[in-house]
Design a protein around this ligand. Structure first.
Ligand code: FMN
Length: 372
């Protein structure tokens, strides 16, 4: 049965919400559909201020250095997170970081200052990468899929080593550190939260061993439940618990038909050339693993119009249908829903004002039923 015996502890807690920071041009879909949105630094700071008032607990940036399929312009994730943190009071902001591009000792130090600037609200999403051309353009070697994960795991080990008080030495295949002890230490204990993106077998094993959070591409309830089960069981073997987050593209309209029509328009107006470029690039990621479990290994072209398979999670319909689906996600052990929308100008507000309250109401109903 999906979700059986899974992640029971966190089920008592309210499900949390994150939104995708709009730091890439072109929005969250590879489509020429009209969007009311922006991607400037000012736009993102103002969005962060609104989002924390609306009940979003986290914001996730993307890291991209190169256009190629849409996203022709990009703001850098680490600097942007610090600006967003400075302008907010509660929001936790997650910086996406590519180990092949950043040194972990450097990032660990930047993170400590960001953590202090924000009184403990900075977090990292370690992404192992799929975009070979980006690495080539930056003059960095492109490693084979599972080697990228071996490097990411060392990266996280170094971060953790430098976020604790004792002098730290590490002699890995990718990184070396000698008797280094940072001062000050981060405010967050034991350390800033570590998220990871990536769903292949290598990603699952890495999450079980070292990550605090496992971010999933959008998928059906059954596919998500299977990942939650597998990663939880593997983590338990290491004496650990991992929390789960899933990407979802939200389209809330008065009727289900209207919401589905918006999704169909997004797909109909997909930019075929950009989509082809993306489909080709992700061959470097999910499909390349051979285990057919990686992100995008099971994606069709129309799924890729939302590059993180966000349509598949099924948060498309009326407010009530979306609420129902979010509760199902919670039941299978999802702790956090990552929301992307078409029109950032009004759809995040709509989600915060109209859907989060319905979810909270339903959660309270659930807990009073349990108490009775
Ligand atoms: C929620 C989420 C966010 C991600 N953000 C980024 C990103 O900002 N930049 C990037 O290059 N990859 C990003 N990725 C993809 C990861 O780099 C991932 O390691 C890669 O696609 C390989 O996935 P696989 O392990 O499933 O093959 C993200 C993945 C997820 C699930």
């Amino acid at each position: 049965m999906p979700g059986e015996g899974v992640n029971k502890v966190s089920q008592a807690e309210p499900i949390r919400f994150a939104y995708w920071v709009s730091n890439l041009s072109g929005g969250q879909v590879v489509s020429d559909i009209e969007q009311s949105t922006g991607w400037s630094t000012e736009y993102n700071i103002s969005l962060a201020q609104q989002a924390e008032k609306l009940g979003f607990e986290y914001a996730l940036t993307a890291t991209r250095f190169l256009g190629g399929y849409k996203a022709e312009g990009q703001h850098e994730s680490i600097i942007l997170t610090t600006a967003m943190l400075q302008a907010t009071k509660k929001l936790r902001v997650i910086a996406a970081v590519l180990p092949g591009i950043w040194s972990p000792a450097l990032l660990a130090k930047l993170a400590i200052t960001a953590d202090h600037l924000s009184n403990g609200r900075w977090a990292v999403n370690v992404v192992s990468g799929w975009f070979k051309d980006e690495f080539t353009a930056m003059g960095e070697p492109w490693l084979e899929h599972d080697e990228r994960y071996r490097r990411s795991e060392e990266f996280i080990q170094v971060l953790k080593g430098l976020w604790q008080p004792d002098p730290f030495t590490f002699k890995g295949d990718f990184y070396r550190v000698n008797e280094l002890a940072y001062k000050p230490l981060p405010i967050q204990k034991p350390h800033p939260e570590i998220f990871q993106g990536g769903n292949s077998s290598a990603a699952r094993q890495m999450a079980a061993r070292v990550s605090d959070w496992y971010f999933m591409n959008g998928a059906s309830i059954d596919v998500l439940a299977a990942q939650v089960r597998e990663v939880s069981q593997e983590a338990a073997r290491h004496g650990r618990k991992v929390k789960f987050a899933v990407n979802a593209f939200v389209i809330a309209r008065d009727t289900e038909a209207e919401a589905l029509a918006v999704r169909d328009d997004i797909i109909r107006l997909a930019d075929p050339e950009a989509l082809d470029g993306f489909a080709k690039a992700v061959q470097q990621a999910g499909l390349a693993t051979g285990d057919k479990l990686g992100m995008w290994a099971q994606s069709r072209k129309q799924d890729l119009v939302q590059p993180n398979d966000g349509f598949k999670t099924g948060l498309i319909g009326t407010r009530e249908q979306i609420t129902e689906r979010i509760l199902q996600l919670k039941q299978i052990g999802i702790d956090l829903v990552l929301v992307g929308v078409l029109n950032y100008d009004w759809e995040l507000t709509q989600f915060g004002e109209q859907i989060i309250p319905l979810v909270r109401q339903a959660e309270q109903g659930d807990s009073s039923q349990q108490a009775a």
